[in-house]
Design a protein around this ligand. Structure first.
Ligand code: AKB
Length: 313
């Protein structure tokens, strides 16, 4: 049975991924790691957990070696909006964390999943149906980290044969653990606010479209790509994937089908808006569909229904 180490296991994706992986591969075969203690998170407490600061390469290597892991899923990162406030810290965490994961997987001859993001595109990238291979000149520190990360993962694959794989995640919507410091976070907050207060003040302007995906599709995509036949993977780092593209108004309209009195106001936050304006309106994920069968199940309608039900419970 495959043994997997997850970094950033207490984050938005990590929390749910660890639970999902443990169901698939067995409790003891998934080692959750994070810079914080697992006591803060019930789901991750059920199996092995180690404190790991991903900028400590020696510790990452030792933990991976001692636990004889076959793969690292490297999720620890600083997201786009907060990275604009702390660019040097973002570079340190995002780049050194990744280089340590690449060195560890190279030395141990194991697999690496390192996610990229729609942030890897910039304002000179074609905005509609952004192709798999296109201009990538992002204007944010996070985006620069992501492009550099994609190139490094390809480099380690070509030069050292490391089995690196990655996707360009859109904004991920979920109800278990909130995201922190991202530009797409509003699309999660809006659901909580709808249930708790019946109104929401969006930091992102109406008419701003960004790609989104519901968590179950994001989790499935990671496993599907990790298990895909390597011979079919011509664009390892990283594949465009998406499920939907919406602006705040469209999400609000969908919420109003369930909460008719829901009110959406705007208090646009300039930092996040500039970032959102530089990202694609919608990306083309046909390469992921062709090479490893990616196919999202949730759309805005089915996701909204599930989000409201789960938050309302
Ligand atoms: C962010 O908004 O920074 C992230 C992302 C799209 O990578 N959710």
């Amino acid at each position: 049975m495959k043994k997997i180490l997850v970094t950033g296991a207490l984050g938005q994706i990590g929390t749910e991924l660890v639970i999902y992986l443990r169901k698939l591969y067995g409790e003891t075969n998934v080692l959750a790691t994070d810079i914080r203690s697992a006591g803060m998170n019930k789901g991750t407490e059920s199996g092995p957990f180690e404190i790991l600061d991903v900028t400590d390469g020696e510790k990452m290597f030792q933990i991976a070696k001692q636990n004889k892991v076959d793969a690292i899923i490297h999720l620890a990162a600083m997201l786009s909006a907060i990275a604009e406030q702390k660019p040097l810290l973002a570079w340190h965490l995002n780049m050194n964390g990744l280089i340590n994961a690449l060195e560890t997987t190279k030395e141990l001859g194991i697999q690496l999943f390192a996610p990229s993001s729609i942030a890897a595109f910039g304002s000179t990238t074609p905005k509609e149906k952004t192709p798999q291979n296109t201009i990538q000149r992002p204007e944010t520190m996070y985006g620069i980290n992501k492009v550099a990360g994609e190139l490094l993962c390809d480099y380690y694959h070509a030069k050292y044969g490391v089995d690196t794989r990655g996707v360009r995640f859109p904004g991920i919507i979920s109800f278990m653990t909130p995201p922190g410091g991202g530009t797409t976070d509003y699309a999660v907050e809006i659901y909580y606010a709808a249930i708790e207060r019946g109104r929401y003040e969006s930091v992102i302007e109406k008419g701003t479209y960004m790609d989104m995906m519901y968590m179950p599709d994001a989790l499935h995509s990671i496993i599907q790509l990790m298990e895909a036949n390597p011979e079919k993977l011509n664009h390892r780092n990283a594949y465009n994937i998406t499920a939907m593209s919406h602006d705040p108004e469209e999400i609000a309209t969908e919420i109003r089908k369930h909460i008719p009195t829901f009110v959406l106001d705007y208090k646009v936050e300039p930092t996040r808006q500039v970032i959102a304006d530089s990202w694609p309106n919608s990306i083309d994920d046909s390469t992921a569909r062709e090479e490893w069968g990616f196919c999202a199940k949730y759309n805005l309608e089915t996701m909204t229904l599930d989000m409201l039900n789960k938050i309302g419970q």
